[in-house]
Design a protein around this ligand. Structure first.
Ligand code: ADP
Ligand code: MG
Ligand code: MG
Ligand code: MG
Length: 750
């Protein structure tokens, strides 16, 4: 979570008067950052993760599991220099606030080294320490769990202690305001999104069809506390769907993010672009969200939920008719005496295609127009940092802030990069602190970050911070140009989370080393993102990707870099092979079966340049093309260990680290092939098989308790639960690993 300024956050009606001020100065700040850092080179490849935890109060006597909303003081203790902060820093961990009062975010204090093999296993140890240290100050019954969704969030009595859904910030029929972080930024953010939008946020998820499914969300109650209470009856709730009505249901979900620092701005832009087509794939491989508000839903992931629930667009911006008695322009500062605006909710102004019939501007001069996407969504534009980029790949033409574009182009920023920022700057700032209105644009970046950090997209291009005063001539000060990968759902165990991170970071290393061309039109990624929500998508459907023959890779370079490489490199016994190289000359050995080339005519587009592949094909390769795993193993072999210079691996430490990495990759490989269920499938099956389940989609209190207990067992690495969930190979490896008392006596990192 970004900056938590101290001070007075402005209510929407005041803060909207500063929209243009924040944008204008934000762009000045960005230009100053460009002037200071554009030519910065040779940063080391660093990376760091973010894990979000939910504090769950597990009561074994009464068989309940609830979100704990009165232990958030633990964050203060963890950040207090006189209490747990020194211990946390000694173990290289830090804790940050998140939207939910029941949430913690944990990160490494210092980022990891992308070229150090040891750091790819150290991340799991770092995560284990986060659990150990955060639990020091918590009673035994309050457990930090890495659940993407809390199954009964929004059901009566789901918090501990109990709180009523009557708060003015959320105005929710289901969630109390007491779930929101106490820092003033969060309730203000919540209320300002609603005020700008001109109605409550809403998302409707299709119900999972089961024998006794009544296509009715019977948790919606009639109430007369706020004007917004009428909204579900005016069209905000859709029959056959589970209706959620407030930001907490979205920002209160947990996810797994990773930030990486390539060597300079060009490499960062290229990495960003190549990661874009992987975002839907990794979302569905990490799927962990089949239950919302106590109902099984007919989708597996959280993305559209959070996207819908922080969507501040007005009716007119979304291109929909306002509810009766609501205003088309929501909370925009438009001149209501404008000749076009006749009534209070003048939907006659909107044509059938959603465009406005006349030009209306806000009082600060911004055009009112359709904005196709929520500010939490898939990226809209490639950054175009490579020779393979063609403007035609940016084929969806998102709205652009024309004056920002002009300013950036005039100052020498190239077109694709200028368009990226000019698109982010069509949004309004959501929280402005009155004390932070005036800033020194060469030393501060709050105005820029205000918009940057509330464009919550699948990827984030993170520029460096301004250089501190007096350091104008210093080079490579502070973090460099970074890319954040944001779509993944959180997994139950540290092992799985480490595995997803290692995979994404090593794929990124492979991108930088092998320079593949994975550009496909953004519209195709959009279509992938929609399908990524489906139940079991990873094994049942396909993703658009660049036809493998067009990746610009030499297939022969990857010969032999399959899972057997790890054993050949680690074990003595193959020394007599030609040239002491353990790979080359070996036939392609595949541990994963079932590579089928599906040649359906509908799987090809643009003369076959783009093709639809299963996750299995993309990750594990096809009979005649390497998949992502082979690319990654070659990076391990040539970048993390130097296979050419040693005979075989003689270090037991390196062998252990490689075995761990191998099993991380096997987890991803087997999730892609369907051999290991996604967390979503595992949770769904648990519900469907439970004797507490009445085939009516509902997860009752007892079932919620059992599910949480089972998840807790998994995250605590109970051998039986691990084996049942992750199977013989990966689960067996996890169980065989020495448990290592996660004692605080262990040495700090490095
Ligand atoms: P945000 O919430 O804005 O995404 P955070 O500060 O919470 O950012 O964390 C981002 C992650 O980036 C952390 O794991 C942190 O360790 C890591 N990180 C810090 N500096 C760098 C760097 N120079 N390069 C890559 N990662 C970094
Ligand atoms: Mg976070
Ligand atoms: Mg963070
Ligand atoms: Mg982040």
């Amino acid at each position: 979570m970004g900056l938590l300024s101290q001070g007075t956050p402005l209510d929407w009606t005041e803060s909207r008067l500063l929209n243009e001020h924040v944008r204008k100065n934000g762009i000045e700040q960005l230009l100053s950052i460009f002037a200071q850092h554009q030519s910065r080179k040779q940063d080391p490849f660093l990376w760091g993760d973010e894990v979000e935890y939910m504090l769950v109060d597990v009561d074994d006597e009464h068989h309940t599991a609830k979100l704990s909303i009165d232990h958030d003081h633990v964050l203060d203790t963890l950040n207090d220099p006189l209490k747990l902060l020194p211990l946390a820093l000694h173990h290289n961990v830090t804790f940050h606030p998140e939207y939910g009062r029941y949430m913690l975010e944990g990160t490494p204090a210092k980022p990891y080294d992308g070229q150090s093999l040891a750091d790819y296993s150290y991340v799991e140890e770092n995560m284990r320490m986060r659990r150990v240290i955060s639990e020091l100050e918590l009673p035994k019954h309050i457990v930090p769990l890495t659940l993407t969704t809390f199954p009964r969030m929004g059901c009566p009595g789901f918090t501990s202690p109990n709180a009523l859904p009557i708060g003015p910030a959320l105005q929710s029929l289901f969630l109390p305001d007491e779930i929101i972080n106490r820092h003033v930024r969060f309730p203000t953010l919540t209320a300002n999104i609603r005020k700008r939008r001109g109605s409550k946020v809403a998302i409707n998820l299709p119900m999972y069809p089961d024998k006794n499914t009544k296509l009715l969300d019977d948790s919606i109650v009639k109430r007369d506390l706020f004007k917004s209470d009428r909204e579900p009856f005016l069209g905000a709730s859709i029959p056959g769907h589970v209706y959620m009505d407030s930001m907490g249901f979205g920002m209160g979900l947990s996810c797994l993010q990773v930030t990486m620092q390539p060597c300079d701005i060009d490499e960062s832009r290229y990495l960003y672009d190549m990661l874009a087509p992987l975002t839907p794939l990794m979302l569905s491989l990490s799927a962990a969200a089949p239950i919302f508000k106590g109902y099984l839903v007919n989708q597996d992931v959280r993305w559209n939920v959070i996207s819908g629930l922080v969507d501040d667009r007005t009716f007119v911006e979304r291109g929909v008719e306002p509810f009766e008695g609501y205003h088309l322009f929501g909370g925009l500062d438009v001149d209501h005496h404008h000749p076009c605006i006749v009534g209070d909710c003048d939907s006659s102004l909107v044509g059938k295609d959603g465009t406005l019939a006349c030009n209306v501007c806000t009082r600060d001069g911004q055009p009112v127009r359709r904005i196709p996407k929520s500010r939490y969504d898939l990226i809209d534009l490639y950054l175009g940092g490579s020779k393979d980029f063609l403007p035609a790949y940016n084929d969806i033409e998102p709205p652009i802030n024309a004056s920002v574009l002009k300013k950036l182009l005039e100052n020498g920023i190239d077109e694709p990069l200028a368009r990226h920022f000019a698109h982010l700057f069509v949004r309004d700032p959501l929280v402005v602190f009155s004390e932070r209105e005036h800033q020194d644009n060469s030393l501060d970046n709050d105005h820029f970050e205000n918009l940057q950090l509330t464009n919550w997209q699948t990827l984030r291009f993170k520029p460096p911070a301004p250089k501190p005063e007096g350091m104008a001539d210093a080079t490579n000060v502070g973090p460099g140009w970074r890319v954040e990968f944001r779509p993944m759902e959180i997994q139950l165990t540290d092992f799985e989370n480490a595995a997803y991170l290692a995979f994404v970071v090593l794929v990124s290393r492979a991108i930088i080393m092998f320079k593949p061309n994975w550009y496909i039109p953004i519209s195709k990624i959009e279509s992938n993102m929609k399908t990524a929500h489906k139940v079991d998508l990873a094994i049942k459907d396909k993703f658009w990707f660049k036809l493998m023959d067009h990746w610009d890779l030499n297939v022969d370079d990857f010969q032999g870099y399959d899972f057997s490489w790890f054993d050949r490199y680690c074990n003595d016994g193959n020394d007599e092979m030609k040239g002491c190289v353990y790979l080359k000359g070996l036939g392609r050995e595949r541990e994963c079966t079932g590579q089928i080339q599906l040649n359906n005519i509908n799987d090809s587009d643009c003369g076959g340049q783009f093709h639809r592949y299963t996750a299995h094909q993309l990750v594990n390769g096809t009979l005649d093309f390497p998949g992502l795993i082979l690319l990654v193993i070659r990076v391990v072999a040539t970048d993390l260990v130097n296979e050419e210079s040693t005979h075989h691996c003689s270090s037991q430490t390196v062998q252990r680290e490689l075995q761990q990495l191998k099993h991380y990759l096997m987890l991803i490989s087997q999730r892609a092939s369907g051999e290991i269920p996604t967390t979503a499938r595992w949770l769904r099956d648990y519900v469907l098989r439970s004797d507490q389940y009445n085939q009516d989609l509902k997860v009752n209190d007892e079932l919620n308790y059992r599910l949480v207990k089972r998840a807790q067992k998994v995250s605590e690495m109970d051998p039986e639960a691990i084996k049942e969930f992750l199977g013989d190979t990966v689960g067996g490896f996890m169980n065989a690993k020495p448990k290592g008392e996660a004692g605080l006596q262990m040495n700090g990192h490095k």
